[in-house]
Ligand binder design. Structure first.
Ligand code: FEO
Length: 166
């Protein structure tokens, strides 16, 4: 695989790994706040992000590059409310979507059709993730902060099977 793609994919390894750590940090915060359901959702989300990172690592190495494991910036550890936290999740996923989309012209420039085909999974995955988080925010808006007990009880049911697969 061309160096420009390997470098860009390695940068994405860092972003997926940071996403995993960010959601882990949110999960421990929610757990300590007594929000069992929210923390379970976030722990699973952290696992999923780690799986995304591993997918990039495997693809880079399979295609003759070398994946590099970077240092990760420390994520925040406190949030003022669950709503603020989920808005941050959505903003972060939008940032990751943009970052995945920016990989496409780099791949196209090298006419690497295998990589182009492979990255499509992430394009679809990001669409799904954004819509899942938006649904959570909608539910949170509907129930309001006063009904956090119900929200916490129901959130895990909002995880679709695709998001726990692979
Ligand atoms: Fe792997 Fe949610 O971005």
């Amino acid at each position: 695989m061309k160096k420009s793609i390997v470098d860009a994919f390695n940068a994405q390894v860092e972003k997926e790994g940071y996403s995993s750590n960010l959601y882990l940090s949110m999960a421990t915060w929610a757990e300590v706040e007594g929000l069992e359901g929210v923390s379970q959702w976030l722990y699973q989300q952290a696992d999923e992000e780690k799986m995304h990172m591993l997918k990039f690592i495997a693809f880079i190495n399979e295609r003759g590059g070398k994946a590099v494991i970077p240092a990760f910036e420390q994520p925040p550890a406190e949030w003022k409310s669950v709503k603020i936290m989920f808005n941050e999740v959505l903003a972060h996923e939008k940032y990751i979507t943009e970052s995945i989309h920016k990989l496409i012209p780099i791949i196209q420039k090298e006419n690497d059709y295998a990589a182009l085909n492979w990255i499509q999974w992430f394009v679809d995955e990001q669409m799904e993730e954004e819509s899942n988080v938006q649904a959570i925010i909608d539910k949170l808006n509907l129930l309001g902060d006063k009904n956090l007990y119900m929200f916490d009880r129901d959130i895990i049911k909002m995880r679709t099977s695709e998001t726990t697969a692979e």
